[in-house]
Design a protein around this ligand. Structure first.
Ligand SMILES: Cc1cc2nc3c(=O)[nH]c(=O)nc-3n(C[C@H](O)[C@H](O)[C@H](O)COP(=O)(O)O)c2cc1C
Length: 190
């Protein structure tokens, strides 16, 4: 069994820290993990050509989408981590999710039954909106979402003023989520 953690930030910072926390717990529970940063990768936005309806794959070429989509398809679990950018998930994350979901909608097989959940980081506001945005992606893709003792959110700024490591509750919430996720993965695959 494998879980991929996708970090939608264009930098390696707070979101990466939290997704790594989750993957570490899953790793300790015996689940293979892979950390994927969208930083340094290009994923063009969906252009609405709808050719995926016929071809059952995304036909946009010349970026990193195909490799990322393969990684998502192969995993049993998918964690999506995003910082809040003006009240929503990053455009890097949404480009990937839009295209992946539209292909999934044509096939109804790639993501069905996979397990996961979102992780969101912001300096001050927009956590719940972004969390909901990512949850809606899981739900429309026929996936199984795992909860925690609080929403999977953390407070951390970009200039070290609100340091991610100071948000003990956020880290604990994410660790609990990862433990529950490994529990569900093992139950469903036993
Ligand atoms: C373009 C941009 C927009 C942002 N918008 C918000 C926002 O709406 N609300 C908020 O609380 N923080 C906002 N932030 C702050 C980031 O969410 C915060 O610094 C986060 O910890 C960054 O995560 P990262 O280190 O994984 O990139 C924004 C940062 C940037 C660069």
């Amino acid at each position: 069994m494998k879980t991929v953690g996708i970090v939608g930030s264009p930098r390696i910072g707070n979101t990466s820290f939290l997704v790594k926390e989750a993957l570490n717990i899953l790793g300790h529970e015996g689940i293979d993990t892979e950390l994927v940063h969208l930083k340094g990768k290009e994923v063009k936005p969906c252009d609405g050509c709808l050719r995926c309806k016929k071809e059952l794959k995304c036909v946009i070429q010349g970026d990193d989408f195909d490799a990322l989509f393969e990684t998502m398809k192969e995993a049993d679990g998918i964690i999506l981590g995003s910082p809040v950018y003006f009240g929503s998930a990053t455009p890097q994350m949404m480009s990937l999710l839009d295209r992946a979901a539209y292909v999934q909608r044509q096939t109804r097989e790639y993501f069905s039954g996979k397990i996961g959940g979102p992780i969101v980081v912001a300096r001050r506001a927009g956590h719940n909106f972004t969390l909901a945005q990512l949850l809606l992606w899981y739900f429309i893709n026929d996936m199984i979402v795992v909860g925690s003792t609080y929403w999977n959110i953390a407070v951390a700024g970009s200039a070290g003023k609100h340091d991610i490591e100071d948000d003990k509750e956020g880290i604990e919430t994410v660790r609990h989520f990862a433990k529950s996720m490994s529990f569900v993965m093992k139950k469903l695959n036993s």
